[in-house]
Design a protein around this ligand. Structure first.
Ligand SMILES: Nc1ncnc2c1ncn2[C@@H]1O[C@H](COP(=O)(O)OP(=O)(O)OP(=O)(O)O)[C@@H](O)[C@H]1O
Ligand SMILES: [Mg+2]
Length: 217
């Protein structure tokens, strides 16, 4: 085996181990917290249905509906985390096909036009790299929808470039400086670093935001 092949095999082994560990965490989370939460919610609903009115009355029963709402929100968050830990494998239509589907959904549900362009072939990417690209595009599009106010977004995938480059650009209000963020950008950065690549965000207030994912060099 050549040195490059050795390095590639070692890298693949690390990727496989990380994927196995994430799947184990997803399993644990599913079997413990998610299952118990779902159980508690369904019991709660049975109670509320059996005692109509009691949940709507003033304190202390009036708080029941609030508790139910919080439990349902928690379950939703746990499910979202599960989906991230155990990413759905890229479908038969490939990464570009999956991203196109997501673009269509964005147009239909949120009236945001997503223009897709790609050069080269995604076959150059490992399956882990493709999953990371999909997740980064998904979170970037979610941010466009939630924060940018833009009605158009462009996703450019340069698979032929070395390193490969993915760009998600909107024409919205841009990143407001000093506003505390959540975990989306942090997660995108970590995922990019996990494949030996990097993430860059370029933004000017009022002039849109561009998210770049550079593949490994
Ligand atoms: N495309 C965008 N246009 C304008 N602002 C953005 C855009 N993307 C991100 N931001 C700003 O950057 C912040 C951080 O984004 P990030 O994805 O890390 O967190 P979030 O979307 O607020 O929460 P989370 O992703 O954890 O649900 C956002 O709160 C928002 O203010
Ligand atoms: Mg976000």
């Amino acid at each position: 085996m050549s040195e490059t092949e050795d390095a590639a095999a070692a890298h693949q082994a690390v990727e496989d181990a990380v994927a196995r560990e994430r799947a184990r965490m997803a399993r644990e989370l599913h079997d413990s917290v998610a299952t118990d939460l779902a159980g508690a919610i369904s019991l709660f609903k049975v109670y509320v249905e059996g005692h109509p009115g009691s949940a709507k009355k003033g304190p202390p029963d009036g708080t029941l509906l609030n508790v139910l709402e919080i439990l349902e929100r928690m379950l939703k968050q746990v499910r979202e985390t599960l989906a991230e830990l155990r990413p759905r494998p890229i479908g038969r239509e490939g990464l570009v096909g999956d991203i196109r589907h997501q673009a269509e959904e964005f147009a239909r549900l949120y009236s945001i036009r997503v223009e897709i362009s790609a050069n080269g072939t995604e076959d150059m990417l490992t399956s882990h790299q493709r999953e990371v690209v999909y997740q980064v595009v998904r979170e970037a599009l979610t941010n466009v929808r939630r924060h940018s106010g833009s009605s158009i977004c462009r996703v450019r995938m340069a698979f032929a470039a070395r390193p490969f480059l993915i760009e998600i650009a909107d024409e919205g209000r841009g990143l407001a400086s000093g506003r505390p963020g959540g975990y989306g950008l942090v997660g995108m950065r970590e995922r990019s670093a996990g494949i030996g690549g990097r993430l860059e965000v370029v933004s000017e207030e009022g002039r849109g935001t561009k998210v770049f994912l550079f593949g490994p060099t």
